[in-house]
Design a protein around this ligand. Structure first.
Ligand SMILES: Nc1ncnc2c1ncn2[C@@H]1O[C@H](COP(=O)(O)OP(=O)(O)OP(=O)(O)O)[C@@H](O)[C@H]1O
Ligand SMILES: [Mg+2]
Length: 291
């Protein structure tokens, strides 16, 4: 079966044959793949193959993921959308090597990370991926600059000199916090605090930035500022971004939206790279598929 590839006609072409909506079995073969404008498959930086995740709590078992196969190309901005409990955070954690799948594999930069030892996975995470959590996890007593430089400090490097100092300055510029370097988190707005968290995740120049509902507790304006910062990191610096959100306005910044339902990817909506992040086409497409 070929992938169901919904194109909104904004950037990329190709509407492929859709699987019939005839029950869960058809979705296990759903393999959304990044494509170029001419319909060629783009090489993946991050791939999930037949991922399942089962949580057992006492006598209760939850099938959080039921066979997810997907890939993300280098430099792509992908959003994962779906109802609460559909498996978005579980999938993001597996993609970032924060947890191991029950079955299936995650291949990141050509290496299977799903069966690495904890020590190997921690090293890879620290060096190659950036994770932005909904709770920003900033250190209250440290300034903006010190919070952002924390990954270097933890690694025993001095971030106040040379190349590292430049990197800290660049990400501060990227998230538009120049002038606020010496503020502590309690001297920042909520949106600014979340942008510090994004800058801290980007300062190590990770191959992939994974963000779980980073705009979840931000108002419309501050959420928009954060999304602009994520989008700039992708569009200007070629950063690969995977964003989990339940908000169509946030997902509309992505090149591609994967819809998750009950532990499976049920739809793919290709928006393409757009300077205008209008959510209207995505909202109408989501309405068509009943979300
Ligand atoms: N550590 C855990 N132990 C047991 N069950 C879990 C655990 N983490 C998640 N689950 C269950 O797995 C399912 C998927 O959870 P997940 O957190 O991935 O959903 P989500 O799509 O991120 O939801 P939300 O939008 O509410 O954040 C849910 O039924 C949840 O209760
Ligand atoms: Mg979640």
């Amino acid at each position: 079966m070929r992938p169901f590839h919904v194109d909104l006609g904004i950037a990329r072409a190709a509407t492929l044959e859709a699987p019939s909506h005839d029950g869960p079995a058809s979705w296990t073969e759903f393999r959304p793949t990044p494509m170029t404008a001419t319909g060629e498959t783009m090489p993946a930086i991050l791939e999930a193959n037949g991922l399942t995740k089962r949580y057992v709590l006492g006598r209760r078992m939850t099938e959080a993921l039921r066979g997810v196969t997907m890939s993300v190309a280098a430099g792509e901005f992908v959003a994962l959308m779906g109802p609460s409990g559909s498996g978005k955070s579980t999938l993001l954690q597996l993609l970032g090597g924060l947890d191991q799948p029950t079955s299936g594999s995650v291949v990141f930069e050509g290496r299977d990370i799903s069966h690495m030892s904890d020590a190997q996975a921690t090293k890879l995470r620290r060096e190659r991926t950036g994770f932005v959590f909904q709770a920003f996890n900033l250190i209250p007593l440290l300034s903006v600059r010190e919070n952002i430089a924390l990954p270097f400090t933890i690694a025993g490097q001095n971030p106040s000199r040379g190349e590292l100092k430049d990197r800290v300055r660049q990400v501060i510029e990227l998230v538009e916090l120049t002038g606020k370097e010496d503020h502590r988190p309690d001297q920042l707005s909520t949106g600014e605090q979340q942008r510090v968290a994004v800058a801290r995740a980007l300062v190590t120049r990770p191959s992939v930035l994974l963000a779980d509902e980073p705009t979840g507790n931000l108002d419309y304006t501050t959420g928009g500022e954060l999304l602009q910062a994520l989008w700039r990191s992708c569009d200007e610096a070629g950063q690969t971004v995977v964003l989990v959100t339940h908000d169509a306005r946030a997902a509309a910044y992505a090149d591609r939206v994967l819809v998750i339902g009950d532990g499976r990817i049920t739809d793919e909506i290709v928006l393409g790279r757009r300077v205008d992040h209008s959510a209207a086409p995505l909202i109408s497409r989501l309405a068509q598929i009943g979300l």
